[in-house]
Design a protein around this ligand. Structure first.
Ligand SMILES: [Zn+2]
Length: 344
């Protein structure tokens, strides 16, 4: 089967499409899935470049998202997933036994493993996964849409609902709203009845965000966004979703209302800043760090979007053969929405 993988860390050009052996055995409790689509996430870029201090086995196959069809399944496992079902995979799996896993918080498990990070991912034609990692794909979504959503939907749901506790009428500020996760997050926020202030870096992306129905769109660098957010809301936003990090975090504190929350699940612009702690406590602000999410949250999020018939924004579909081009395009921030890989 074909797989896109890298043998050394580096730029997009280290990715190679190679023939590798088909999976041979289906261990107890596992299934063989023929992958149709995978999608690109920022984590794929970090893993390809190499996380300082987090070694991974090489060669390595990136990819946290997938949709595919179950071709073989352990017949002795009692499950409602059958041969021929169209499935997604939860990006994260835990040990299943620790205090966090027992509470359905496998993303906090000390042995957590994410597809495409600690273990080989989804940029390939076939994969063997534990059945407990599989989830039926929503019927109303096309293959390329379904394959683009797991990780972005999961982190968005966790930020807005699980941790943000958002209620209809609340206002959320989203930095970097035009990427794969940003576009799902703002569409999810609108379908929850939230007011959305979205920030992006260019005019054409601002126009596209407006067409998604967001309430206010700002272009970074053109005005004082935290000040405008406070003006618009008459005191500050209820929630800020910040995965940009160093460049935006102080503005996130300035934008939040008294007692508001800032959810942090990424640091695209760097992780170290000068922080005025006084600003935080005078704002009674809560800063919540998180990453990924649980199987239970993905199931809840999928139920919600199925009721709302919410569709992800797909920017481009690349063939797995063009994975280098796909990574170059993604890293240049030219996309609006998800960039998808056709694997099969
Ligand atoms: Zn665990």
């Amino acid at each position: 089967m074909k797989a896109a993988r890298f043998h050394t860390h580096g730029g997009p050009e280290v990715l190679r499409v190679e023939e590798i052996d088909d999976p041979k055995d289906i261990p107890p409790g596992h299934a063989l899935v023929e992958i149709r689509y995978a999608s690109l996430n920022r984590i794929d870029i970090h893993v390809r470049r190499g996380y300082p201090g987090i070694p991974i086995d090489l060669p390595h196959i990136p990819g946290a998202d997938m949709v595919g069809v179950v071709r073989e399944i352990d017949p002795n496992t009692d499950t409602d997933i059958k041969k021929g079902d169209r499935v997604l995979a939860t990006p994260v799996i835990g040990c299943g036994y620790c205090r966090y896993c027992s509470n359905g918080e496998e993303n906090k498990c000390s042995k957590w493993r994410m597809l495409g990070f600690q273990v080989d991912g989804t940029y390939r034609e076939k994969i063997v996964l534990p059945i407990r990692q599989l989830v039926k794909a929503p019927d109303y979504l096309e293959d390329h849409e379904a394959g683009s959503i797991p990780l972005s939907l999961l982190v968005s749901w966790r930020a807005l609902r699980t941790l943000g506790g958002c209620k209809p009428g609340d206002t959320v500020l989203v930095w970097g709203a035009s990427g794969g996760t940003g576009t799902i997050l703002v569409k999810l926020a609108k379908s929850m009845g939230l007011n959305v202030i979205a920030v992006t870096r260019s005019e054409w992306k601002a126009d596209k965000l407006a067409s998604l129905g967001v309430d206010h769109v700002f272009i970074k660098g053109r005005e004082d966004i935290s000040k405008r957010a406070v003006e618009i809301t008459g005191g500050g936003v209820d929630l800020v979703v910040d995965y940009i990090g160093a460049e935006t975090f102080n503005d996130s504190i300035r934008a939040v209302r008294k007692g508001g929350k800032i959810i942090v699940f990424g640091v695209e612009s760097g992780s170290n800043i000068d922080l005025n702690i006084r600003m935080l406590y005078l704002a009674h602000a809560t800063v919540i760090g998180t990453h990924t999410g649980s199987r239970g949250e993905l199931l809840d999020a999928l139920r919600f979007i199925s009721r709302k018939r919410l569709r992800p924004v797909i920017d481009r579909i690349y063939s797995i053969e063009d994975v280098v081009e796909a990574h170059k395009y993604f890293e240049a921030y030219q996309h609006f929405g998800k960039v998808v890989l056709k694997t099969g």
